[in-house]
Write a new protein. Sequence first.
Length: 444
Amino acid sequence: MSERETWTSRIGFIFAAVGSAVGLGNIWSFPFQTAANGGAAFLVVYLLAVFLIGFPTMMAEFVIGRRGEQNPVASFKNIGYGNWSFAGGLGVFSSLVTLSFYSVVGGWVLSYIVGSATGAYFGDAGAYFGSIASGPTAIAAHAVFMLVTIGIVASGVTDGIERATTFMIPAILVLLVGLAAWATTLEGATAGYAFYLSPDFGVIADNFWSIVPPAMGQAFFTLSLGFSVMIAYSSYLGRDDSLPADGGAIVVVNTLVALLAGFVVFPILFATGGAGGAGGGAGTAFVALAGAFGNLPAGGIIGFVFFAVLLFAALSSSISLLEVPVSYISENYGYSRATTAVAMGATIALVGVPATFGTSWLGFYNDVVFKLLLPVAVLLIAVFVGWVADTEAVDELGRGSTFGESFTTAWLWWVRVVVPFAVIVTLYLGVTALYEGLNTGAYF
Ligand code: PFF
């Protein structure tokens, strides 16, 4: 087999990892989950989850990847714990399932870019959503989105992933800042900011247990944790990079993008009638926002830019999701990267087809990932790094880092105790909700 690729530079790795992290989760789910869960109250719990649980977990994945220097399954073996490979395998499986429906939503975004240009959703955003969210249009758009993803991954780690994200991430940042600046001029923007930024601690206290699972799920999802993606990406990393510094940069940029998206979405929603209609999940978000674009002066142009940003974000994430199974299969079975990318991409696209039949399938896929697969995978990672490969983990985190021993020790104990505790609580709450949803016919 040919020599394994590595990132051409540290910044290349950071762009790629930020590209994975910044996605539909930041610009689409985050504002709407915030709207659905009480605004600023959700924001506070979410930020705590990102920094207190997400950041240490990201370093745990980095440690495994850089130490293992292989795909997420073989990396466990390379570190000397082959019987833990299933933990990496679970992430590969989750990536596969997630990409299958992520790509369907990516297809919606494509349809909304077209709709912004033609004005098709300006009159009746709900009807437009109905016409593109399922059926032949949804399948076709899903296929196109998947083809682009395959094309980038097939081109390789440096020529495909690194090059694409080095272009897309700055574009996303610049365009979002522009949109947020424009949004300040809207009448009603102030009410939007207030809803978004003034936490009511009474609301947090009363609803804490119902805010925790979505906030934690969102934190893991937005940081691409529990999918083996960060294991895969850090396996292409040089030995002398500082994992805490890189991880910190990735978490901060990712959080900034989500916050910025809120500064775009909330003024727009409040300028055209409040966040009320936007809290009901997948479809309502597209309908509420598109409806707002339809009602604003120059809304078509704004909509076009917004959905273009969303497309870049979705693509820079979908390539990371495809990279995980592709690196595993091509390294493990010796197929070429391009062949594997096409074969895996096509398979995943087929798995996603039920999600084009209607949004209830999509909701079900989404909830299985958020409430079950993600927390289980993160729990396994934390136990593995904290208790099984702890000596190796501490040694690896110390390499290239200037943070010193007390930081590393604190991190280890955090990953040993606090992360598993928080994740077990989340898992319990999430699985109960999933079970209840299945029993009450919430999905099918
Ligand atoms: N972090 C991406 C988002 O917020 O949209 C989604 C994602 C990408 C999750 C890659 C997991 C992953 F492995």
